[in-house]
Design a protein around this ligand. Structure first.
Ligand code: URP
Ligand code: ZN
Ligand code: ZN
Length: 472
């Protein structure tokens, strides 16, 4: 009987801190030994000096979220996690969204129904708290945190989701008391509304005006306010999808003042610019309408710097999948609509890891260790999944990526999501996963998807471990 179910031989193993040559022994879905010259496995993969990293933890993606008809998210747990696996992501954390007037528990139960039996890789849930009633604050949210839903997102914009400052203070106080991680979408709703009305009145309704309605200032102001509110409550926060220099400056200021403000950014702020929303009034740019919007080219360097120097804790996709053609996505009801009515979000679950390995590690902008920290280890720590996830160590789940460093041109036809475009069509990349393993099983073999629907398990999250546990 072989010692291992699987041995990956001759790996250049990369962790958030180390890089070493070893064989990786896997049994019962876990890494059980790291060493040289390991005994035979029932199956073997020769990594032949290739980099092997922990599978990605995509801590910000939207799958099968309820939408007002006729809008529908293109990916649910089946196609979304299939696409994740083929791109080297082995854990996803999408959002159980509470609609205003809905109980948080019902939102979670509904989201489980959407996920049950569908996923190809493991998944946990963040909550979205849009209606912090006394019952939610006093009963549902604390109980759900205890049951393994230890993070929630709050919005400072979008009419159907936004909280006012008093409500934000209330939910932050629950995060503090029960040790949850609060994620904040920081854009000033009133400014966006005012600018949008003026643009519309002037006939400026093309997709590119989405970026005019959400300048960096509105992100800067909300980021500053979120930081102040978290300081008042004395609780860490994580600002999601940080897009621009002005928000980055606020976060640097907070850090310099000793505040625990974490930050996430996403591929769209490295690889897209506001011009991708259109340089004229064509509707093509609707594909890249997302919030906050991509900024100017010089801003991409600000985001790269923040990834390299530790300003950013997490690199997520913010995959929010809507089809361009048809009436369920970027053409609501089949029409070209004013920018205000275009569903916000772009696909990116499958491309996140390769974009950062290729243009970050291979291009010499970040180290392989930083890549692992941003894409796997830190998201697992931030949301209480570490060291089971996000770690290449003995005892961790054998969620691994063997990298193939080769040149190719990215096409949407190569991808496995149910979206009819990728914003990165035609990009020249120099890496893609050769193999993705989910708990020791091959789910992507470099040519084909090999996963099994329903094999992905729901994960209950523990408390965040990015910071030492506080006493009392
Ligand atoms: O435009 C975006 N980012 N859509 C997804 C929802 C969100 O706010 O993250
Ligand atoms: Zn958001
Ligand atoms: Zn999002």
């Amino acid at each position: 009987m072989p010692d291992f179910d699987l041995v990956i031989r001759n790996a250049r193993a990369v962790t958030a801190s180390d890089l070493f040559d070893c064989d990786i022994g896997v049994k019962d879905g876990r890494i059980v030994q790291l060493g040289q010259g390991l005994a035979a496995g029932a199956r073997e993969i020769d990594a032949a000096g290739r980099h092997v990293t922990p599978g990605g933890v995509d801590a910000h993606c939207h799958l099968d979220q309820p939408e007002p008809p006729p809008i529908r998210m293109a990916d649910g747990f089946d196609s979304g996690t299939r696409s994740a696996a083929c791109g080297g992501t082995t854990t996803v954390i999408p959002f159980a969204l509470q609609q205003k007037g809905q109980s948080l528990r019902d939102a979670v139960a509904d989201y489980h129904r959407r996920a049950d039996g569908q996923a190809h890789v493991d998944y946990a849930f963040h909550l979205i708290v849009s209606d912090p009633t006394p019952t939610v604050l006093g009963e549902e949210l604390p109980a759900l945190i205890r049951e393994g839903y230890t993070s929630f997102k709050i919005y400072m914009t979008y009419d159907s989701l936004k909280l006012d400052d008093g409500q934000i203070l209330d939910v932050l106080a629950v995060a503090r008391e029960h040790g949850a991680m609060a994620m904040v979408h920081a854009e000033n709703a009133e400014c966006i509304e005012w600018l949008s009305r003026r643009l519309e009145a002037a006939g400026r309704t093309a997709p590119r005006y989405h970026a005019h309605a959400r300048p960096m200032l509105v992100e800067r102001e909300a980021t500053h306010r979120a930081i102040a509110l978290s300081e008042l409550v004395d609780v860490p926060i994580l600002i999601v999808h940080v897009s621009g220099q002005e928000a980055v400056e606020q976060i640097r200021w907070a850090r310099a003042h000793g505040l625990h403000v974490f930050a996430e950014t996403c591929p769209q702020y490295l690889f897209l610019t506001a011009e991708d929303l259109g340089i004229d009034d064509s509707y093509e740019g609707a594909r890249c309408v997302c919030s906050p919007p991509p900024r100017g080219r010089e801003n991409q360097q600000v985001i790269w710097r923040g990834l390299a120097d530790g300003l950013f804790t997490i690199f997520s996709s913010d995959h929010a999948p809507y089809r361009f053609e048809g009436g369920e996505g970027k053409h609501p009801g089949g029409e070209e609509r004013p920018f205000r009515h275009i569903p916000n979000g772009i696909p990116g679950l499958e491309t996140r890891m390769a974009l950062l390995w290729s243009e970050g590690v291979m291009a010499g902008r970040i180290t392989p260790n930083k890549f692992v920290e941003l894409t796997a280890t830190n998201p697992a720590k931030a949301y209480g999944l570490h060291p089971r996830k996000g770690s290449l160590s003995v005892g961790a789940d054998a969620d691994l990526v063997v990298w193939d460093e080769r040149e190719f041109v990215l096409r949407n036809t190569m991808l496995h999501h149910d979206v009819d475009y990728t914003p990165y069509e035609g990009m020249h990349l120099s890496a893609w996963p050769a193999v993705t393993l989910s708990r020791g099983e091959v789910v992507w073999d470099g040519a084909a998807f090999r996963g099994t629907r329903g094999a992905g398990r729901f994960l209950r999250c523990g408390q965040p471990t990015l910071l030492p546990r506080r006493r009392g």
